[in-house]
Design a protein around this ligand. Structure first.
Ligand SMILES: Nc1ncnc2c1ncn2[C@@H]1O[C@H](COP(=O)(O)OP(=O)(O)OP(=O)(O)O)[C@@H](O)[C@H]1O
Ligand SMILES: [Mg+2]
Length: 198
């Protein structure tokens, strides 16, 4: 073992720079399709509005064409405030051991595992319009804003599905009635999966 008491100061500087590859690598995990949906639904549950029924709608568009297959999750939770959005996107920036939001990774893992992010649109009751993010990366994003028909909530759309999203587990989930789907998701949220084919 080396003796650290012999170490001397140097003029060397090692620059450790955040690398955007992390957003893709977070998709390399052992989660099942159901685990990934649970990560997203957990976020909706954690952000639910007090005294309001939480609605979580999952829409899956199935197509033989990969670029036409999509996954969308929409909730009517509180939305992500504009000042918190950067930290919500940055891996592990937000951590709260006391809540369902623990490690600051789940949403990014779910998106990267399912496919490619098309958009994350989110709106708090205070915002006049939703803020629209079309990429997860470090640095200064320039999101658009958009009028949406909901007063608060978050919608995430992923397309170009990974093999996981086309797995038999996912397909059987889609063919179950909505009630069975929400049981499979094992969440207190009201969840419904609509399968559409094109
Ligand atoms: N549907 C949502 N509604 C409101 N806020 C959300 C939603 N999804 C994500 N967020 C915000 O984004 C943050 C990051 O979410 P993410 O799932 O990546 O990590 P986390 O929930 O903090 O931790 P974990 O790794 O346990 O999932 C959350 O802490 C929450 O503040
Ligand atoms: Mg989470």
């Amino acid at each position: 073992m080396i003796d650290l008491s012999e170490a001397k100061p140097s003029r060397l500087v090692v620059d450790v720079v955040a690398n955007n590859n992390i957003f893709e690598q977070l998709g390399n995990n052992t989660y099942t399709f159901t685990d990934l949906i649970s990560e997203l639904v957990d976020n909706s549950v954690a952000a639910r509005v007090a005294n309001e029924l939480l609605d979580v709608l999952i829409t899956i568009g199935l197509s033989n064409h990969r670029d036409r297959t999509f996954f969308v999750i929409t909730d009517n939770a509180s939305g992500i405030s504009r000042d918190k959005l950067g930290d919500a996107i940055s891996p592990a920036a937000l951590q709260d051991q006391e809540s369902l939001n623990e490690h600051g990774l789940g949403m990014k893992q779910a998106v990267a595992s399912l496919g490619e992010l098309d958009y994350l649109a989110t709106k708090t009751p205070k915002d006049a319009e939703a803020i629209l993010v079309t990429e997860f990366r470090f640095g200064k994003l320039e999101p658009k804003v958009l009028k949406v028909p909901w007063s608060h909530g978050t919608e995430i759309r992923v397309s170009h599905p990974s093999n996981l999203m086309r797995s038999p587990e996912q397909t059987s989930l889609c063919h179950e009635p909505a009630q069975a789907c929400s049981k499979a998701i094992a969440s207190p949220a009201l969840a419904c999966i609509l399968a559409t084919r094109s």
